[in-house]
Design a protein around this ligand. Sequence first.
Ligand code: BGC
Length: 286
Amino acid sequence: MDPTHPSDRLPDVVMPACPAEKILKGQKALVTGASSGIGRAVAITLGMAGADVVVNYHRKSEPAEEVVAEIRSEHGQAFSWAADVSDESQVQEMFQKMFAEFGTIDILVANAGLQQDAPFDQMTREQWQRVIDVNLTGQFLCAREAVREFKRRGVVPEVSCSAGKIICISSVHEIIPWAGHVNYAASKGGVMLMMKSIAQEVAGYRIRVNSIAPGAVRTPINAKAWQTPQAYSALMRLIPYNRIGEPDDIGRAAVWLASDYSDYITGISLVIDGGMTLYPGFETGG
Ligand code: BGC
């Protein structure tokens, strides 16, 4: 705490209930890695906005079922589906199940991701490979299935102006190098150019492909960075807006990016980071 710093006198963030309007009504969404963290918030917020949602998870079914129950309580349809996004046949089976239940897909949020951190010279081939497989190849496999369906079906004007939307969940580490996390930063850098290249290739079909690049968001993946007061205040040195991100910060943006309100936007990374990428060290240095 620095009592002379203006943001240390600010109250905790209280977010308004959102979204009030069911702007995604009639749309079918798949969110990968939706049983916790950012994926959970995105799945629930899309459901609140009127979408029917497939809640993908990998291992534990119980938290995924809780997400499903929460979406159903908002009157949306939802079901959970276990699949490892790095496994081609499991991904294809998941899309087939979605088409059987919901008929099609309008929105893919490719969120499933993990960290396996290690100093570079101690990083094993397995740690490198697993992170690339899930964070990058997993997004490729899901995006490819979604694009196949978007192209087959085309635009349905009563549902959306576009033939489909893909939102890749990336990270500020698609821009910011990250010592001790070389596999993770490489995977997110890869997601950035994969997203832009797909966007360029499919724009003519009215398919929109974008990323959300979150900074530090309060989720289990980075618990060490915010759980103790010491860790939290060290983290705040990296965040000019002086609060950690909440999963709902990402959920709301995902609703907007999936909706026709952002219809002219494709190929961008929407950075949501409280200013982490503003190089806060330069506030007083340089
Ligand atoms: C990582 C978090 C980290 C954040 C900001 C995210 O992509 O998963 O562990 O706190 O970037 O550094």
